[in-house]
Design a protein around this ligand. Structure first.
Ligand code: SF4
Length: 315
């Protein structure tokens, strides 16, 4: 794995005492596990717009112009425009980030499901934090995830995989993108995409087939847009099992009948939810070491992120 990966984060998740009450929301999994591979770049939008610590709490309030961020006790306090303007100012500076982790439920940082209150002070809807919503709109390809959702093994694996894919893309496009480099990048990510979204897998193949016929900058832009959309669709057990069957197809001529039976049985047990993904993948990698097959060895699907994170032990 190459250089450490820069990931934006809500400051309070790192343990910085920036919350309205002077506290923090340190998340040990993020700092200890993901922190082995990610360099976190903290942002606290409420502090950045001058609300200070401690500060009067704010919340999202329903209005004719959409949700607004207003003081819980003082409705005259309205920081909507400041939060949006701050996100718009920050977004262009985040080009070196490969992902972003947001604090759940915050009227500024929440990615989804943030309570929106009505005039009676009751929650009447849910929405998106104003800073987070603006950033996500400005940076549609950047992988975003919430700290709460990261506790779900499937969503966690999905996010980390997206971050690594996106970082490889950033490295690739740090130099001028060539048709050859795009074809190679796509080839090595084929099975990752297939595990997420078969329809987009085919569309991406068609897009890459046009490489060299038109401007590479525009093609690259369309490619990464489609790729990140494909990866947003979580990979399911069934789709993973189909990919594993596919990989088996490349190796089977080297295996004897008993080895074939064993591998197929493991894939089937995985499909039924009796085994985690790491089990059939480990056996496939073992056979690949014994019977090298360059096309397969280069597939990021077999090692999309560091084994130390043990992300495939839980899905
Ligand atoms: Fe600051 Fe966002 Fe954390 Fe609130 S959730 S304290 S705005 S970083």
């Amino acid at each position: 794995m190459s250089a450490r990966i820069r990931v934006g984060i809500s400051s309070c998740l790192l343990g910085q005492a920036v919350r309205y009450d002077g506290g923090h929301k340190h998340n040990g999994y993020i700092t200890e596990s993901l922190g082995q591979f990610f360099d976190f770049v903290p942002y606290c939008p409420e502090v950045a717009v001058g609300l200070g610590v401690p500060r009067p709490p704010i919340r999202l309030v329903k209005s004719a112009q959409g949700a607004r961020a207003r003081g819980v006790k003082n409705a005259q306090l309205d920081v909507t425009d400041k939060l949006v303007a701050y996100a718009e100012k920050v977004a262009p500076k985040l080009h070196d980030l490969s992902g972003y982790i947001l604090k759940k439920g915050s009227p500024s940082c929440g990615m989804e499901g943030v309570n929106v209150y009505g005039p009676q002070g009751r929650s009447v809807a849910t929405g998106v934090g104003l800073y987070a919503g603006t950033l996500m709109a400005q940076l549609p390809e950047l992988p975003f995830e919430e700290e709460g959702r990261l506790m779900d093994p499937v969503l966690r694996e999905n996010f980390v995989e997206c971050v690594f894919v996106y970082q490889r893309w950033q490295q690739l496009t740090a130099q001028r993108l060539t048709a050859k480099a795009l074809v190679e990048f796509h080839t090595r990510h084929k099975f990752i995409v297939l595990a997420h979204d078969e329809k987009r897998y085919r569309e991406l193949g068609r897009l890459v087939a046009t490489a060299g016929r038109s401007g590479m900058t525009e093609l690259g832009r369309r490619y990464i847009q489609q790729l990140m959309l494909a990866l947003k669709k979580p990979a399911t057990r069934t789709r993973h099992a189909n990919v594993l069957q596919h990989l088996f197809g490349f190796l089977k001529q080297n295996l004897d009948a008993a080895d074939k039976r064993e591998l197929l049985k493991l894939i089937d047990s995985y499909r039924r939810g009796q085994l985690p993904l790491v089990v059939p993948i480990t056996l496939l990698r073992h056979y690949l070491r014994r019977f090298p097959e360059p096309y397969l060895s280069e597939q990021y699907y077999l090692a999309p992120h560091p084994d130390e994170l043990m992300l495939r032990n839980q899905i």
